[in-house]
Design a protein around this ligand. Structure first.
Ligand SMILES: Cc1cc2nc3c(=O)[nH]c(=O)nc-3n(C[C@H](O)[C@H](O)[C@H](O)COP(=O)(O)OP(=O)(O)OC[C@H]3O[C@@H](n4cnc5c(N)ncnc54)[C@H](O)[C@@H]3O)c2cc1C
Length: 491
């Protein structure tokens, strides 16, 4: 007897445990778009699923995200006579993403997105057919309309539908809320479990396959500092749970993390106070801005840095990311407000009153610059140059031909900072969502889907419209299917 105990102890120390019961076929960690899709598809394949979420409710980022979805060659496009192809979709993402996407992952996304979109439509997704398919002006434009919005435009529409559809399998589903996955368990070179922390204490759950659907790390300052120091102080609109737990857990078991140095901050961060912010002024700070003429954007040094009227958002976004503190002030005057009266800035007076730190009005340019701490001489030079270009009908150094000069006060300014919506670095996977190590080998039993993969794997260095939501859904479905198949093989 003593010998048997000694033998078991020796085996355990060598990392070999005696066969234990599994708590489920598949464990899914995280319950945003990717977690819902993975859970649904694993259940649909017949797997018994344990679903772990550290928040008290399911849903992840769908609590705040809007619902655009991009896919090519859809029925809706065909009905509208829109000529599209998957190749064109790939080309567009490569253009917007500066050719930096993992081409296999990008192709896998584009190939599968159509079927996933049609699945949602057949399942009863309410689609806003008046708006979609359309070319989303708040992102660098696709060559053809291929962005869709649900009605209402909320990404929770997808998770609500998936949750409803998974009720038919609820006898095979266990959901653990308020349960944080802390570490992955490796036995004989295979990921077989998750160590969790909850008010039950520390509990390890075992399964034949584990799916990380833990989202990004936009709310983890330490990680941002470590991997992308330039973005250490950049504002974020991601929710507090976006702390990169999946990245850390995967790395602990040997997974490769890719593109962690890269973050693409988006337009429209408007500080409410120095430490707090709101998002807003899509009318001026997003792609729709090209309808609004005249405004100039200056950085902290008072210098212009971009063609403000460019209808392609990408160059403007890239340029904003290069400015000190990712900050610019949008400057215009009353003459421009009058000129653009067909495109009024929504609730401007209200915003002036409610957000005085970021939105300011002054009688003179000098007062406006003082209020924002801008070097007035340099801003004066930019204003004078704009007026001279206008008078001469000249194209300026950024390729813009001013449509309206600065003519009369009062003067207005809007502080606009780059803001993190999603994180681009993540856990490297193959096209079956199997997690890879630094030598490109599978880590058996481990899958990752959604923002935990890093949006750059499918999108490169940019933000193409509808590719924040669609890939977590597409890859979540894929991960659930493949994890369930792997689990079947282990029976
Ligand atoms: C304000 C905003 C607007 C957006 N609008 C759009 C849009 O219009 N179009 C678009 O395409 N994209 C948009 N996006 C991006 C898109 O919403 C996200 O890319 C997507 O929701 C990510 O889904 P996910 O499932 O990968 O991660 P998440 O939804 O972030 O889910 C991750 C889940 O994992 C859980 N979790 C994390 N760690 C653990 C752990 N250790 N243990 C247990 N659970 C854990 C979290 O609590 C969370 O529930 C937007 C994002 C934001 C912030």
């Amino acid at each position: 007897m003593k010998k048997l105990v000694m033998l078991m102890l020796a085996l355990m120390l060598a990392g070999v445990t005696m066969a234990q019961a599994y708590d489920a076929d598949v464990i899914v960690i995280g319950s945003g778009l990717a977690g819902h899709a993975a859970t649904y598809s694993a259940l649909e394949q017949g797997a018994k699923v344990l679903w772990i979420e550290k928040n008290p409710v399911l849903g992840g980022s769908t609590a705040i995200a809007t619902g655009t979805f991009a896919a090519a060659e859809t029925e809706l496009q065909k009905e509208r006579g829109i000529q599209d192809s998957r190749e064109l979709f790939i080309q567009d993402i490569n253009r917007i993403g500066h050719e930096k996407a993992d081409q296999n992952i990008l192709r896998a996304f584009v190939e599968k997105a159509t079927a996933v979109w049609e699945w949602f439509v057949r399942a009863g997704l309410p689609v806003d057919v008046k708006r979609g398919p359309f070319i989303d002006p708040s992102h660098s434009p696709y060559s053809v309309p291929r962005t869709y919005v649900p009605s209402p435009n909320k990404s929770s529409i997808y998770t609500d539908l998936l949750y409803q559809k998974m009720q038919q399998y609820k006898d095979r589903l266990t959901i653990l809320l308020n349960t944080k996955a802390e570490h992955l368990v490796v036995e004989q070179g295979r990921v077989t479990g998750v160590l969790t922390i909850s008010d039950k204490g520390t509990v390890t759950y075992r399964a034949k396959a584990i799916i990380l659907a833990t989202g990004g790390y936009g709310s983890n300052r330490e990680m941002i500092r470590q991997y992308s120091p330039k973005y250490s102080e950049v504002m974020t609109v991601t929710l507090p749970f976006a702390t990169g737990d999946g990245h850390r857990m995967a790395k602990e078991v040997g997974a490769e993390l890719v593109n962690m140095g890269y973050i693409c901050a988006y337009f429209g961060g408007m500080p409410a106070t120095p430490g707090k912010y709101a998002i807003g002024f899509g009318d001026l700070t997003s792609g729709a801005a090209d309808a609004w003429k005249g405004d100039i954007w200056v950085n902290k040094r008072g210098e212009r840095f971009i063609n403000e009227d460019d209808s392609d958002e990408d160059p403007r976004e890239v340029a904003l990311n290069e400015q000190p503190d990712l900050e610019s002030v949008i400057i215009f005057d009353q003459g421009m407000v009058d000129f653009n009266k067909r495109f009024p800035i929504s609730n401007f007076e209200k915003r002036l009153a409610e957000n005085p730190y970021a939105v300011k009005k002054a009688d003179t340019l000098e007062e406006l610059c003082a209020a924002f701490g801008l070097p007035v001489d340099q801003v004066r030079r930019e204003v004078a140059a704009t007026n001279a270009d206008y008078a001469a009908g000249r194209v300026d150094r950024f390729g813009k031909k001013p449509a309206v000069p600065f003519s009369k006060g009062p003067w207005y300014g809007i502080l606009n900072r780059g803001v993190i919506f999603m994180t681009q670095g993540g856990v490297k996977t193959d096209i079956g969502m199997r997690v890879l190590d630094s030598k490109g080998r599978w880590i058996p039993g481990l899958y990752a889907a959604g923002e935990v993969q890093g949006t750059s794997q499918w999108g490169g260095y940019g933000l193409a419209g509808g590719t924040g939501n669609a890939p977590p859904l597409v890859f979540g479905m894929e991960a659930g299917r493949n994890a369930a198949s792997e689990a079947k093989l282990l029976k």
